[in-house]
Write a protein that binds this ligand. Sequence first.
Ligand code: 5AD
Length: 449
Amino acid sequence: MAKLHLITYGCQMNEYDSERVAGLLKAEHYDLCERPEDADLILLNTCSIREKAEDKVFSQLGALKRLKRARPDVIIGVMGCMAQLQRGRIQERAPFVDLVFGSPAIARVGELVARVKGGERAVLETGESPLVKITARPETGRLRAFVTVMEGCEKHCTFCVVPTTRGRERSHPPEAIVAEIEELAAAGCREVTLLGQTVNAYGRDLDPPTDLAALLEQVDAIAGIERIRFTTSNPYNLTPRLIRAIRDVPKVVEYLHLPLQSGSDRVLERMHRGYTRARYLELIDEVKETVGEIALSTDIIVGFPGETDEDFAETVDVVERVGYDNAFVFRYSRRPGTPAADMPDQVADEVKARRNAELLAVTGRVAAERSRRLEGRVLPVLVDGTSRMDAREASGRTRCNRVVNFEAGSAGLVGSVVAVRITQALPHSLRGTLVDAGIPAALPAAALG
Ligand code: 5AD
């Protein structure tokens, strides 16, 4: 067996893609190895969402250059979003790279590697190939897994590279997804996160068309799976049917990630998001009314071109109104080929930094308030191991995805759902005490509160 070393940057979908590639290459007799020094093939799975992500890859390539010099026979490949977007710069700055291929070409990784082994240099592949599911998971027996249910994105948000890097929207057929999750469940997986750039647009391109709500019901029927998450939803495609599915499908957790990006209509319009501030807030009300107790999280960009202090204040206001459990704040980063990169009124770095810090203070306070509300409640916790801080404590997650540490030997509990009384909300986790081992897995959090 030859050895493959995989380095993965970026989002959950990249993690999934890396597993897919590992599975496909296993069929070509490559086994995963921990250290790049031991590898015959090194693949960097890259991210282009912000400039910083790309900088990391270029510096990693700098380190690999030395390795390649010492061992010219090692094959070095760059895959993923940056391969698609920055192929020219990769070839220019790292001419020793043997293979560059984008995410849409993943299914052909075996053939591409074979071409390099056959003596072809600088193999470049940015076209598409058929959709593939994971063929062999490198690691089995995990409690949680990601499962990509659709690829690509049809939205054209003016800040975003994803439509360029990941191609058009393509859904995997429900049968393939269900089969994959059945396999995961049989190997001990208890929680799946269904992934798509606009996951709530799932299925509309299939024949016959279907939707995410229908898929959630199918996944709910799989024995062994306790919890179902999905990400990322776009407000534009959030339907009453999906909101009802969050309430009605037992294993679907009461958690929704709904990127806001900005709370200002003027900025939202220039971002081409397809909704207004009022519409977003209306959706949030509908979600809260329908589902009741639900944890909300979001993505926000500060310093988008033309964003004024007033626009920014509107974003802060939405954060206060919604009360997010978690918010990811990003400074706007100019991405090549995107419309916003050419907008004339770019915001200065100092202004972005100030708004970033200000918003983080607000989102942190709001999240802490949300956390404190959980104190005193009894919540179902899926135990996944021992606490990072104290090996005598067990650790797990609530349905709202908070980490909970509690006193208990974790040995017999891993993989099961137990009732934990929350005693204290800390900045990044909750503390609790074990009430009872073995409560029904799909009991809604609210019913126990
Ligand atoms: N600059 C900063 N943040 C961005 N995101 C996407 N593109 C950019 C960009 N050019 C953020 C969005 C998205 C998240 C995954 O990354 O908030 O939801």
